[in-house]
Design a protein around this ligand. Structure first.
Ligand SMILES: [Zn+2]
Length: 387
């Protein structure tokens, strides 16, 4: 069988990935260090600044947030969270722009204009700031009122995570335009494939990403009656109908994955983490960290973020391993559904070449938590499947 890449292509793919691995390794080492330094040296100065900002906002006399918070001080808390995440995020901005824009353009993977990149970038920051603001106000506001907050919030968040899959189909529309796939043979074949797989869906949409990126993409969003099959325009342009069906069949393989073990595990971990945060609140008062005298003081936020980050670093290898196993299972399912291993292989090869996937990334990068198996191994695994 023809190799995935020529020597020249492989050299280019490696050159694209090499600096990304270096950055990822440096990030892995430096992130906890930077956070620890911020906990130690940035908490007090950022708090002093936040108190001044908060004092100015308090003079506006906004009643609703003061009532919800149970007193003044909410503005200083929000200012502190914004300043902390702002300062922390600022360190990443050069890398985000360097890799997100310049590196992608240098290797012909991105077509985003500077203006669109900046708008997307700011949109992302704004959404993040809104989410952080809501989270900080909700978490600290609730914790100030009741010592039961940690399980109340843990259970509420778990339920919200369940519901959030329902709004999935709408989330990507913040960034890109989607239109229904036109009537015709491809739509008919997708419909009958889904009927064969016994999977409900609402619509097949085309995501218009060609003006931004050359990457091929297919995914299912939502679940049950809101499930949407999303294919991007680059994928439709690059793949034959059989290959498009192969990619849809792979995604269909993810639909019937057992969700509850993962959901229960993440809810359990979340509640345990929030309980640890409650312990941290009490310890901060007992030891008078940063001059804290009351439970649920926002000055504990940097310590919480450090703890959370360390937890993620430990958890990612596990969730990555589970996810990679599921990708293999979805490949096997997809081939069994279409009975066309040739088209499936051709789809993976085209996707790898277009997206410049590394056929054999360094082992540590995989083990750190890659969600997909190395493309070389995925293609090799197909050899063992009987069509
Ligand atoms: Zn997949």
């Amino acid at each position: 069988m023809e190799p995935l890449y020529t020597a020249e292509q492989l050299a280019e793919v490696k050159a694209y990935h090499q600096p990304r691995y270096v950055a990822s390794f440096v990030d892995f080492v430096l992130t906890p260090l930077v956070l620890a330094l911020m906990v130690r040296f940035a908490t007090r100065p950022l708090w002093r600044l936040s108190e001044r900002v908060g004092g100015a906002v308090d003079r506006l006399g906004l009643k609703l947030p003061t009532r919800l918070w149970g007193g003044t001080g909410w503005a200083a808390a929000l200012a502190f969270a914004t300043l902390f995440f702002g300062a922390y995020g600022l360190l990443d901005v050069p890398l985000e722009i360097g890799f997100g824009y310049f590196h992608e353009h240098a290797y012909g993977l991105s077509r985003t204009s500077p203006a669109v990149f900046i708008v997307d970038f700011l949109k992302g920051k704004l959404l993040f700031a809104g989410a952080v603001g809501a989270l900080v106000f909700g978490l600290f506001g609730l914790a100030r009122r009741t010592r039961h907050w940690w399980w109340l919030l843990g259970v509420t968040a778990s339920v919200l995570m369940l519901l959030s899959t329902a709004i999935d189909p709408y989330r990507s529309r913040v960034y890109v335009e989607q239109t229904p796939l036109t009537e015709g043979s491809l739509r008919e074949r997708i419909t009958s494939l889904m009927a064969k797989a016994d999977i409900d869906f609402r619509d097949v949409l085309v995501e218009h990403t060609a003006s931004r990126s050359v990457r091929l993409q297919a995914y299912f969003a939502g679940s049950g009656p809101t499930r949407t099959i999303v294919l991007n325009d680059a994928l439709l342009a690059a793949l034959t109908e059989d290959e498009v069906l192969a990619s849809v069949a792979h995604e269909a393989g993810h639909v019937n994955e057992p969700r509850w073990p993962g959901r229960l595990a993440s809810s359990g971990v979340l509640v345990a983490f929030l309980f640890a945060v409650e312990r941290l609140f009490r310890r901060a008062v007992a030891r008078g960290w940063f001059g804290i005298t009351e439970r649920a003081d926002v000055r504990t936020l940097p310590v919480i973020v450090l703890t959370f980050t360390l937890g993620l670093m430990l958890g990612n290898p596990v969730s990555g391993a589970v996810s990679r196993e599921r990708e293999y299972a979805a490949d096997r399912y997809g081939v069994a559904l279409t009975q066309d291993v040739g088209a499936f292989r051709a789809m993976l090869v085209k996707a790898a070449r277009t997206n410049k996937m590394d056929p054999d990334p360094p082992r540590w990068a995989v083990l750190r938590g890659m969600s997909h198996p190395p493309i070389g191994e995925r293609i090799a695994a197909l050899e063992f499947l009987k069509p």
